[in-house]
Design a protein around this ligand. Structure first.
Ligand code: CP
Length: 315
């Protein structure tokens, strides 16, 4: 594969400002690179000699592992640093951490942090591109890209599709990145959840708001279920998980009134039986594990497009 396109942005911090053409290039590149993960020897020399640092200050299974696998499949040297394993645990500031890592000449920094804005801050103190792997309640751009790839794979195209996002919209970085990305790609977005979990004036982002799950999904081509963030249960936003589940857990009964070919996606991790019923999660319309597979391809594409050389060899 020869690189023929590059991105209009150097850092992937937000989906805001990524043009439809950028997103299409990322998805198309991911499609080309996805095949590498099906080989017996899952490695190409494209990024040999390049150094990727994964700096994760929050727990992660899918994102951290897939960024690591993506780098290794492209032959980059990948270094993983956790918050507890770094000197921030001894009081070093985030800015000093960034400056010190930069002094070791990495080629990309991948950052997850519980504070919104941390990856953007770090990007001001390093010479290499920064990819936001999820920051606070702000954004999770690579998640929205893998969601778009999964939807496009199953639906053929994105433009005009109706997507309903269900759950804790207010605290969801996945929802925020997807609302931006989906609208850029000409999709129509509806959000569904209890009023306490839907930001006031979210309509100004161009989305429709609905407080009833059945009504909210009846015309959806795609239903994205969000994780109820159990860590927020002491904030008084929900009277109880059981009540949330009574009104907003996606069940087969709801789906019987939805489009027959509606897709079910969820970024994970899943609270089984709280936001999604077990039989729906494991049913024929669920493509949750396809999302995970596509997460590797999307992250390979981001590394490739941000670092790849014009004569990059993926054979
Ligand atoms: N979707 C997602 O960000 O999952 P992890 O927290 O496991 O990375």
């Amino acid at each position: 594969m020869t690189q023929t396109a590059s991105l209009s942005k150097r850092n992937i911090i937000s989906m805001n400002g990524l043009k439809a053409e950028d997103i299409k290039v990322i998805l198309d590149t991911a499609v080309s690179l996805k095949e590498i993960s099906t080989r017996t020897i899952k490695k190409v020399p494209t990024l040999r000699g390049r150094t990727i640092i994964n700096l994760f200050f929050e727990p992660s299974t899918r994102t951290r592992t897939s960024f690591e696998i993506a780098g290794k499949r492209l032959s980059a040297d990948v270094i993983n640093i956790s918050g507890t394993g770094s000197s921030t645990a001894k009081g070093e500031s985030l800015i000093d951490t960034a400056r010190n890592l930069n002094a070791m000449n990495p080629d990309i920094l991948v950052v997850r942090h519980n504070c919104s804005g941390a990856p953007a801050l770090i990007s001001q103190f390093v010479d290499c591109p920064v990819i936001n792997a999820g920051d606070g309640t702000h954004e999770h751009p690579s998640q929205s890209l893998l969601d778009l790839l999964t939807i496009r794979e199953h639906k053929g195209s994105l433009e005009g599709l109706k997507v309903t996002i269900v759950g804790d919209i207010a605290h969801s970085r996945v929802a925020r990145s997807n609302i931006l990305a989906m609208q850029t790609m000409g999709m129509k977005v509806k959000v569904v959840g209890p009023p306490t979990l839907i930001p006031v004036e979210i309509e100004r982002l161009g989305v429709e708001v609905c407080y009833d799950l059945g009504q909210g999904i009846n015309d959806a081509d795609v239903i994205m279920i969000l994780r109820i963030q159990l860590e927020r249960q002491n904030q008084g936003l929900l009277s109880s998980l059981r009540e949330y589940s009574n009104y907003f857990c996606l069940t087969e009964k709801h789906l019987s009134k939805a489009k027959k070919d509606t897709l079910i996606i969820h970024p994970g991790p899943v609270n089984r039986g709280i936001e999604i019923a077990l039989d729906v999660m494991e049913g024929p319309r669920s493509v949750i594990l396809d999302q995970v597979t596509n997460g590797v391809a999307i992250r390979m594409a981001l590394f490739y497009l941000l670092l790849g050389e014009s004569d990059a060899d993926t054979n």
